[in-house]
Every structure is written in structure tokens, then in C-alpha cells.
Design a protein around this ligand. Structure first.
Ligand code: GLC
Length: 715
């Protein structure tokens, strides 16, 4: 008999329900309530899993309670939100998505897992894979952006990085892909609001990254708080049991989100905790995070006959199997046993700097305001995010302390020791105080260049942080307008660095600034990364993974929209448009300037026609006409012009990079399997339809910048 079978045979109902319970410790607040002391419940076997416990010693102490003092000695599973780093922070996921580099995504997850495992943790509630196309929603900051292909690539890379060489390895974490699913589609961009989307969008957009996570071997899935077309995900049997476990064959763990099972009552589908617990268990949710619904509700549900002991045992088995796969029975203390070396931490900071530098998206650079000329000797560094270590962390900062993250001021002072850098906040990130404005403006008077650091506070995106106005908070616009006016009079270039967890709607700022960098929240090496780009030590190479709206009224706005029967035509009144703003975004998906100037030519396909099973090679020549070395990112889109259902105007199928010196040239090659040109037909089943497919390659999702060719799909 296996260990798991023998344990289940010996377990009391309390002990079984304990294994289905995950309780929060007080070292982080990630939900509405914090449990009291769990010590006695762990010793009695009434709690079998914890979250928000930090520190190898703390983990060891709690683990010892379970292993040495409980009747069956079943080790605890301890999880934490290691989203973009544990103590060393990488850019927020939306910033990291700007790299369009799966190996970089995997490497930061690998390093984060090492750091978290060294702290004793065995699970991370990541990656977050919610495709988001509404920047009012704050949680887009935690995710892969607007496109399902990118989300699927990130899913694979992150699961591979977190889980590394295998779950028994002491430096690997069980990855929890979340939030299943379509959370990014919340009504009006308001967090936790209902989600209404079509079956087609569900299958073509929101399920794709989770299929990729399962294929990559994700150990667990976390359902979203939200309902989907009226069915709360935590009780969504069709998607959890039938699709995830049935269709995909997912046999891992399903962990509810924080208190989500109890919230089925507020969703209006459960009369009480026993009802809620029964609905969740029958839908396939194995662990109840912080609702205490399983412990308090399932005994009554058993009495009512709405659940069976067999259903409870099925979930207990999955929990015990994951603990076994994590090696917790063999050695419960294997994670947190070995302190990391200083060299390991140094290497990690180096990777964080490398990734942060490449996450920066240059949105504007008129007159080559960047990189700063060597003649720049006096820099005015203004704004509330110039010297803000804690803010550089962004959302979900894990166990990272507020201090110790390199600020813009620190980064520039290190990079430009001979320059005089005069710094002033001017105004706060939020609030109506303009008391510091005049002092800040005085610093402009003798400056050779001005750098404005503006944007959101870290807590203005992420969970429960939707915003209905997406401009600059507080009095930052007043500061910026005053600086632009003064700088213009003195012909001083103004460079703006925007920190945000979402695209900000600031067309007026883009209009007036000489250069604009979207920095998202770059993490622990923020200041060095920005200094690298500003001084030209590294060229900017980031590309925005989300469309930047010109106006909030355009939202949702994304490149993968299907065509209208009346596409915009300036000569025809009766076409799809706004009376008061253009249809085009401020910046399209994939946009990002470099210090080079790239020209594409000679787009060519390996075949004129392909059948299912064939692979098409797509190539394009690139030359750098600029004066500096730079890295170009190119995107491969397709468009199925005539099909049995209307297809998106552009579908992303690949991305590639090339680094070229001034005058250098090269070729970027993509491989496109004919199978990737299948789509969901009328019955939402994959179909392969002969006909012409446009192949489009270029620097962003702006058709006017794309090279176009065609291939025939043949039966
Ligand atoms: C939060 C979040 C989820 C997180 C969990 C544990 O409410 O929705 O993303 O992993 O609780 O902190």
C-alpha cells in the first residue's frame, strides 16, 4: 500500500479536512481577514497548509509542529505570492512581458524560486495568466498583457522556471497558475466584478494560457474570484472538472483564491458555508484558502448527503501526492536548510538589472534627447518617483523590504559621478499639495536637461486597485505642465519616466516631452536599469505588451479585434468611429523605440502553399540605419482573410529579435506550423480551412508598418 493510501486510511475527518485547508499567517496581508494563531490547529492536524509565512526559521518552526507534534506527522505545504521575485525583485510581470523573451521570463522565475525556497517556501501563487485589455483593472500589472499567444509563452516559461528540475529539488517551487479564468474581463474594469464574455473569446483568448501552463506541468491552478457568465469560477464544474481535468487531463491541485469558497454565498449560489463547500468540492477545488469553509462546512454537507467521503478523499489524495512530489515526506526541511551565498545574491541582482533594463519601453525620443549627451553636466531630477525605493517594487512585492531598491536618483548619481544632479519631488504622487512646486521649478533654471519621474504609486495597481481615470494622480500634471513651460522657454530637453502598472492615458505629456520612457515598476535594480538606458550604456529594447489608449473612451482597445462590416473610412459618415477621438491608440501593441533605426525588406516565405503538417519558414531582412547598436524585436502576425467565421484583423503567432551594429544587417527567421493556422469554427472546434492567409511581419501591431505576404492553405 502506498504512503498516501495508508495515510488516508488512518486519517480522521478532522485530519482530512485539515489537509484541505490553507490558512494565512500574519506576515503578509493578501486578503480580508487574518486567522489567529494556527499552532494548536497544526498540532491537532486541523490545518495542513499555510500561506504568507516568511523566513526559513519561521517555516522550520511551523513545519516542526506538524511533523513532530501532530498525530500523523504530515508536513505542511507552505505557499506565498512569489510573483516577480521574493526579496530580490524583478520588474512587475507586465514590465517583464515587455522583453518578449521567454528565456528571460524563465530565468527570473528560476532565480525567484531559488530565493523563496531558501526561505523555506514550497509553492508560489504564480504565474498570473489573466489576459487583460482594460487598463482600468489594476491586476493587468501582474499579468502578461493583452495577447493570448504572449500569455501562453509566459505560462510555459514561468512554470518551467519556478518548477525547475523537478518538484523534489530543494530549490524548486510548485507553481500555481492563476486566476482561472477570464478574470481580466471584469465588468467596467472593476476588480471582482462579474465577467461576461462569449464562449469564443473564452476559448480563443482566456483558456489558452492555462492550457499552456498545464502542458508545462503546472502543479496547481487557482480559480478566479469572479463569476463567468453567471457561474462563479470557484464552483465552475464545467471548466474545472470537465475542461481542466477532463479535456486537458490536469491531475494537479486546485486551490481556491483567498476566502473565495465562502464568497459563493455572496455570489448568490450558496445558502450557507456547507452549501458553498459542497459546490466547490464537487467542482474540483481541493484546498480551501482562508474561508474555513471545508473545515466548518463539509461535516454538515456530509450529513446532508451533498458530498461523499469519497469526494473528500479524492481531494486529500491530490494534496498528499503533491506533498510527496515536493519531497516533503522524505525531508520536510529540505527547503530553507541552506543559506544562499553572497555571490548567488549578487548574480541575482545582476540578472534583475539586466531584465529591468530590457523591460523599459521608449515611447518617444524626439531629437535624440536620449541617450544623454556627455555635455550634460547639470541634471534637474524632478517628481515624486525620483527617489522612491519602496515604489520601485511595484505590486506583489513579496518578502522584499521597502528599502534597498535602487532609485532613479541613486542610479543616475552612480552612472554620472561628474554630473551635478539636483533632485526635488515637487509634488507627492497623490494629493493636492503643490507646496514644493516652485522649489522644483527653480532647479530647472540652470539645468542642461530635466528628467521628470512621474506616475502611479505601487499600490495604485494590482488587486483591488482599479482606477476610473488613467491620467497622472494628484498634482503631477501641474508639475509637468509647469516644467514643460519653463523648459520650453529655455530650450531645455525634458525626459519623462513613467512608472505604472498599466498604460497611462497621457497624450498631452507625450506631446510635450522630448523623450518618454515607460518603466512600469522595474524592481530592485530600477535606478541602475534606467541609468543604463538614459546614459546609453544599454539601448532601450522593451516593447509594450498592451495597447496604450489615446482616451479612456476607447477601452477595451486591443489589436486582436475582429473586423467591422463598416470599417472606418474618413470619406464615409456611416463607418466605425468616434466623433471626438481617432480609432487608433496612442501606442499600438509591440511599440517601442530603440537607439537604432531599422528598415525591413524582402519578406519571403519558404512555400507558396502549405497543408496540415507542413511548416512555413518566414524570413525578413533587417538593416540598422541608425548611429548606435540596437536590438530590434519583430512580430509575426497572420490574418485569415476569408473563413467560416470572422477572424481577428491580426493574430500574433511569433516574435523574434536581432541585435545590429550601425549599418549592420541580418535576417530574422520565423517558423510557422500550418497547424497553428487552425481556428475554432462555428462549433468552437478546431478547423483547418483552405484559403489565403496573410503573413505580416513588423515592429508592432500597426498594419501600416508591417511587411505583408500571403500563403495558401491547401487541404
Ligand atoms: C489574493 C489574490 C491571489 C493571491 C492570494 C494569496 O487575494 O487574488 O492572486 O495569490 O490571495 O495571497
Amino acid at each position: 500500500m502506498s504512503l498516501v493510501d495508508s495515510l488516508i486510511e488512518r486519517m480522521s475527518l478532522t485530519e482530512k479536512l485539515g489537509q484541505l485547508t490553507m490558512t494565512a499567517c500574519g506576515q503578509a496581508v493578501t486578503g480580508p481577514t487574518i486567522a489567529g494563531d494556527s499552532t494548536e490547529a497544526i498540532k491537532s492536524g486541523a490545518i495542513g497548509n499555510l500561506l504568507n509565512l516568511v523566513g526559513a526559521a519561521n517555516v522550520h518552526d511551523m513545519q516542526r509542529l506538524a511533523v513532530d507534534e501532530s498525530r500523523l506527522g504530515i508536513p505542511l505545504l507552505i505557499g506565498y505570492d512569489v510573483i516577480h521575485g521574493h526579496r530580490t525583485l524583478f520588474p512587475i510581470p507586465l514590465g517583464e512581458a515587455s522583453l518578449f523573451d521567454p528565456e528571460a521570463w524563465a530565468s527570473s522565475a528560476r532565480e525567484s524560486a531559488k530565493e523563496a525556497a531558501a526561505d523555506g517556501l514550497a509553492m508560489t501563487f504564480a504565474p498570473m495568466l489573466d489576459v487583460a485589455r482594460d487598463p482600468r483593472w489594476g491586476r493587468g500589472a501582474e499579468g502578461p498583457g493583452e495577447d493570448p499567444f504572449v500569455a501562453a509563452c509566459m505560462a510555459e516559461a514561468k512554470v518551467r522556471g519556478f518548477q525547475g528540475g523537478g518538484l523534489t529539488h530543494a530549490d524548486c517551487l510548485a507553481s500555481v497558475a492563476k486566476h482561472f479564468c477570464a478574470y481580466g474581463g471584469v465588468t467596467a474594469g472593476r476588480d471582482y466584478a462579474p465577467v461576461d464574455i462569449s464562449e469564443r473569446t473564452l476559448h480563443e483568448v482566456h483558456l489558452l494560457p492555462f492550457a499552456a501552463a498545464v502542458a508545462a506541468g503546472a502543479a496547481a491552478i487557482m480559480p478566479a474570484f469572479t463569476d463567468l457568465n453567471g457561474v462563479p469560477m470557484t464552483a465552475n464544474k464545467v471548466l474545472l472538472r470537465d475542461w481542466l481535468r477532463g479535456r486537458l487531463g490536469f491531475d494537479g491541485l486546485i486551490i481556491s483564491d483567498y476566502n473565495a469558497i465562502a464568497e459563493l454565498i455572496r455570489h448568490g449560489i450558496a445558502a450557507d458555508l456547507a452549501d458553498a463547500a459542497a459546490l466547490a468540492l464537487k467542482a474540483g477545488v481541493d484546498i480551501d484558502m482562508m474561508a474555513d469553509a471545508y473545515r466548518r462546512g463539509l461535516p454538515l454537507a456530509l450529513k446532508r448527503g451533498t458530498v461523499s467521503m469519497a469526494e473528500i478523499d479524492e481531494s486529500v489524495r491530490r494534496v498528499l501526492i503533491l506533498k510527496e512530489r515536493l519531497g516533503l515526506f522524505d525531508d520536510p526541511y529540505r527547503r530553507g536548510k541552506v543559506r544562499e551565498s553572497a555571490a548567488a545574491l549578487e548574480k541575482r541582482r545582476g540578472l534583475a538589472r539586466h531584465i529591468a533594463t530590457r523591460s523599459i519601453v521608449m515611447l518617444k525620443n524626439d531629437g535624440d534627447a536620449l541617450p544623454l549627451r556627455r555635455s550634460v553636466r547639470r541634471l534637474a531630477l524632478l517628481g515624486p518617483l525620483t527617489d522612491a525605493s519602496a515604489e520601485m517594487r511595484g505590486v506583489w512585492w513579496g518578502a522584499a523590504a521597502p528599502e534597498g531598491h535602487v532609485t532613479v536618483l541613486q542610479g543616475l548619481r552612480t552612472a554620472l559621478p561628474e554630473s551635478q544632479i539636483l533632485q526635488a519631488d515637487g509634488v507627492a504622487i497623490d494629493g493636492a499639495d503643490t507646496g514644493g512646486l516652485s522649489a522644483a521649478l527653480r532647479l530647472c533654471e540652470s539645468a542642461d536637461a530635466i528628467i521628470l519621474c512621474l506616475g502611479e504609486a505601487a499600490v495604485m495597481s494590482g488587486e483591488a486597485a482599479s482606477r476610473a481615470h488613467l491620467g497622472l494622480p494628484g498634482m503631477q500634471r501641474q508639475l509637468a505642465e509647469a516644467v514643460f513651460e519653463q523648459a520650453q522657454r529655455a530650450s531645455i530637453p525634458v525626459i519623462v519616466i513613467l512608472f505604472s502598472g498599466r498604460p497611462l492615458i497621457v497624450p498631452w505629456l507625450v506631446e510635450k516631452a522630448n523623450a518618454v520612457l515607460a518603466a512600469w515598476f522595474p524592481g530592485s535594480e530600477a535606478g541602475h536599469a534606467l541609468a543604463d538606458v538614459i546614459t546609453g550604456r544599454q539601448g532601450p529594447s522593451g516593447r509594450t505588451p498592451v495597447t496604450w489608449p489615446r482616451a479612456l473612451g476607447q477601452v477595451p482597445i486591443f489589436f486582436g479585434e475582429r473586423p467591422s462590416g463598416r470599417p472606418f473610412d474618413s470619406h464615409d459618415r456611416f463607418t466605425s468611429k468616434y466623433l471626438d477621438v481617432a480609432n487608433e491608440p496612442l501606442f499600438p501593441f509591440g511599440f517601442g523605440l530603440t537607439y537604432g533605426r531599422f528598415e525591413l525588406s524582402n519578406l519571403r516565405l519558404s512555400r507558396a502553399a502549405i497543408a496540415l503538417g507542413d511548416v512555413l519558414t518566414v524570413q525578413v531582412d533587417v538593416i540598422n540605419r541608425g548611429a548606435r547598436e540596437a536590438q530590434e524585436t519583430l512580430f509575426l502576425f497572420t490574418h485569415d482573410k476569408i473563413a467560416s467565421v470572422s477572424r481577428p484583423k491580426l493574430e500574433l503567432k511569433g516574435f523574434g529579435k536581432i541585435e545590429l551594429r550601425p549599418g549592420g544587417s541580418g535576417t530574422v527567421t520565423f517558423s510557422l506550423g500550418a497547424a497553428e493556422l487552425r481556428f475554432l469554427g462555428m462549433a468552437l472546434e478546431p478547423v483547418f480551412e483552405p484559403g489565403e492567409i496573410e503573413i505580416l511581419v513588423g515592429p508592432c501591431a500597426d498594419r501600416t508598418q508591417l511587411q505583408v505576404a500571403s500563403v495558401q492553405l491547401v487541404a
